[in-house]
Design a protein around this ligand. Structure first.
Ligand code: FAD
Length: 308
């Protein structure tokens, strides 16, 4: 659990708290869009001149926003147009906002019931994002008051904390797979948050909060077996670090699965160093799915756990 302890005496006039995360908690990252991409996008939808003008959002309390700020940190311009739910309403609004001439284009068919399969092929299957849809529909004039109807909010993303607070008291370490993949669309698809993280330089700042994780507390006196694959090792890496930082009284075993021993065996040297030290009572087993000759039986994590 995320600890929230008062560290000034009860009754003292100032309430000072010590906050800390614990094993298994996740970092919740609030990503920002790339400034050049936002600029390019604002130019494409004709918002360049209005982008820095504050506008009012009517809620119970009036709130002011600048639309450029809004696009970079609050709205997801890369979201792919989903087949169901919230994002298919994007297509509805896009269709609605097309000029009469532009309506001859397929968008009106997409929002009709019989166009559902075509909409799936056009949007979801190739993970086409809203920016690309707007590029296809040249005639769409998007008034700024529709901004929240067309673009969903930019969601924060969760990433497991991969380090132990006992070993690294002032740091949070993450093990992050940068999301990037190909579809039939020419430009590769990119994850919003992990692309933002991948572009970080030392000293850059980002908003982050902590969410409680699911790993139960294990007393150090019981033997522990951890199993993880790829970046799924992150919380187990934290767990192993935590147990081995103090002199363990019992055994810890970690089974790790990855495609290749030499290409993506994360933290291999650290784990092997731990395993070489008899005082740590630590065993490290790896199953590398793609290593080995053609036709030779593959080793899976399940197989290595059953062999022990
Ligand atoms: C509690 C928790 C802990 C997590 N811990 C970690 C961690 O420690 N390390 C880590 O790397 N990740 C972790 N994740 C996963 C991570 O949060 C997601 O990968 C996240 O979506 C990445 O954000 P993004 O903005 O970069 O990608 P997004 O913009 O959210 O895009 C991700 C989406 O892209 C699509 N996608 C991705 N790859 C492909 C592909 N090859 N083909 C087709 N579609 C694809 C999928 O729909 C996926 O949902 C965790 C998730 C949770 C819920």
């Amino acid at each position: 659990m995320f600890a929230n302890e008062r560290i000034t005496a009860k009754g003292w006039n100032q309430d000072v708290r010590h906050f800390k995360y614990v094993l298994g908690d996740a970092a919740v990252i609030y990503p920002e869009e790339d400034a050049n991409e936002v600029d390019d996008f604002l130019a494409k939808i004709g918002w360049k001149k209005v982008a820095d003008k504050p506008f009012r959002i009517k809620r119970s309390q009036p709130t002011y926003y600048q639309s450029s700020l809004c696009v970079s940190s609050s709205l997801d311009i890369w979201t792919s147009q989903q087949y169901h739910g919230e994002a298919s309403s994007n297509s509805y609004y896009t269709s609605h906002l097309m000029s009469r001439r532009g309506r001859s284009w397929k968008m009106e068919e997409f929002v009709a019931e019989e166009g559902a399969d075509d909409l799936y092929e056009y949007c979801h299957f190739v993970r086409r994002n809203i920016k690309e849809v707007l590029e296809d529909c040249h005639s769409v004039q998007l008034p700024t008051q529709y901004v929240f109807n067309v673009f969903p909010p930019l969601r924060p993303r969760e990433l497991s904390i991969a380090s132990s607070i006992k070993k690294h008291p002032w740091r949070i370490q993450l093990c992050v797979a940068i999301v990037r993949y190909k579809t039939k669309m020419k430009p590769p698809r990119k994850g919003v948050c992990t692309t933002c993280i991948a572009n970080f330089e030392t000293g850059d700042k980002i908003y982050m909060s902590i969410r409680q994780g699911f790993i139960p507390r294990f007393p150090p006196s019981i033997p522990l077996i951890g199993v993880g694959h790829g970046t799924g090792l992150a919380p187990i890496h934290a767990l192993v670090e935590e147990r081995l930082t103090e002199q363990p009284s019992t055994s810890t075993t970690f089974y790790f699965g990855c495609p290749s021993a030499t290409k993506d065996q994360h933290y291999a040297s650290q784990m092997e160093d731990y395993a070489r030290d008899p005082s740590k009572q630590f065993s490290y087993r790896v199953a590398c799915l793609r290593d080995g000759l053609e036709g030779v039986k593959r080793t899976y994590v399940q197989g290595s756990t059953s062999r022990g």
